[in-house]
Design a protein around this ligand. Sequence first.
Ligand SMILES: *[C@@H]1O[C@H](CO)[C@@H](O)[C@H](O)[C@H]1NC(C)=O
Ligand SMILES: *[C@@H]1O[C@H](CO)[C@@H](O)[C@H](O)[C@H]1NC(C)=O
Ligand SMILES: *[C@@H]1O[C@H](CO)[C@@H](O)[C@H](O)[C@H]1NC(C)=O
Ligand SMILES: *[C@@H]1O[C@H](CO)[C@@H](O)[C@H](O)[C@H]1NC(C)=O
Ligand SMILES: *[C@@H]1O[C@H](CO)[C@@H](O)[C@H](O)[C@H]1NC(C)=O
Length: 348
Amino acid sequence: MLLYCLFHTMFLIAYLLASFVLSVSATPYLAPRAADPSVQLQNGEDASSQNSQFRTLGVNSSCTSGQVACIEGSFALCAALPLTNGPGTTVTCTTQDDLDARMKAAGVNIAAGDNSTSVDSQTSLKLDPRVICTNFENDGQNETEPGQTPSSTSSNNFINYCLTVDKPLTNGQQLTNGSCNPTPMGVLPAITHMPSSKFQFPLNQAELPAKTAFTAVLAVAHLETGFFTNATANFLAAPQQVGTRGDIRGHSHVVIEKLESMTQTVPTNPREFVYFKGLNAAGSILIAEVTGGLEEGTYRMASITTAANHQPVNVPIAQHGSLNDVIYKSNNDNLNHLVLGVDCADVL
Ligand SMILES: *[C@@H]1O[C@H](CO)[C@@H](O)[C@H](O)[C@H]1NC(C)=O
Ligand SMILES: *[C@@H]1O[C@H](CO)[C@@H](O)[C@H](O)[C@H]1NC(C)=O
Ligand SMILES: *[C@@H]1O[C@H](CO)[C@@H](O)[C@H](O)[C@H]1NC(C)=O
Ligand SMILES: *[C@@H]1O[C@H](CO)[C@@H](O)[C@H](O)[C@H]1NC(C)=O
Ligand SMILES: *[C@@H]1O[C@H](CO)[C@@H](O)[C@H](O)[C@H]1NC(C)=O
């Protein structure tokens, strides 16, 4: 069996351990005529499965004895080819066209322009040059603006950024001591599709009876609701996505925090809230039952709009109205008892 490299070897690194062949079960030159079509199809399918294995290999990948792997394969492929004259496959450096032609000849269905037999960009451990943002190399300081922070820069999309900080990888978990998350931000909607929300109940400045159940009603616009991943396994673990209507796919939440008073000026503690509920249903009107109601007091009630993997929604421009709604309200044990300062019912 021969290892043909049809392109210049500078583009290849071959790992050759013990043999030229990966699981070859064949004796190629014994049969003078073409093998049975079902044998050829089986060969093609075996070759496809071996090519999937190759996609996981990179520089310094460990190899097992008997395995041949070609990497840096953008100009030459290391591919398992189906044998034509008997059962088995052979591992060869070849071109995409040659591979496609041989697969087709074996009866494996390959659509025109289908790159499925080459490197799969969604499993490859190499950054595809087509997604490199070259502006990331610019720290933004070519004109001096006092106080402006130079951006961190990268020529590889920050793919290995988390190696620069002493933090565990987020890895889909809510790590309370902090972590580093390598997930890309993903798809941003058009400016005409930025999400927005407004509470329909309670209304701004509402006063509700204390300790009495109520139903919070949130109207949302430009959010394709009903998308929520497992918050324990998939927290911040996939990029933001936009549906066919152009809206971010995600869900919302209601959070209620107790204030000292309507005139509180001290920042709140995000770890302290009296009510929190994910609004996971699909629809433009989302509801949350606040069973038992709230103790007497003054509260801030806010929506939290997120993409499917619980990340805050990202929109395409920096200056925009609030994507969430905030209302301030009072709960009293007596409906006729008005609190002072009801005009402080800010809507942020
Ligand atoms: C591969 O290993 C060699 C020797 O340890 C090292 O010099 C090289 O940087 C490694 N390459 C990559 C891409 O990890
Ligand atoms: C297959 O890869 C070639 C070269 O990278 C690219 O031009 C073409 O658009 C790809 N085809 C598909 C269907 O992705
Ligand atoms: C600063 O960089 C931007 C973006 O590359 C460019 O358009 C602009 O001309 C640069 N300004 C100066 C003073 O170099
Ligand atoms: C969080 O960090 C503190 C302080 O470094 C440490 O004592 C604690 O064990 C850490 N907890 C977890 C869950 O890692
Ligand atoms: C969510 O993921 C966790 C952790 O993997 C798992 O224990 C739990 O069963 C999952 N929940 C659902 C509803 O799938």
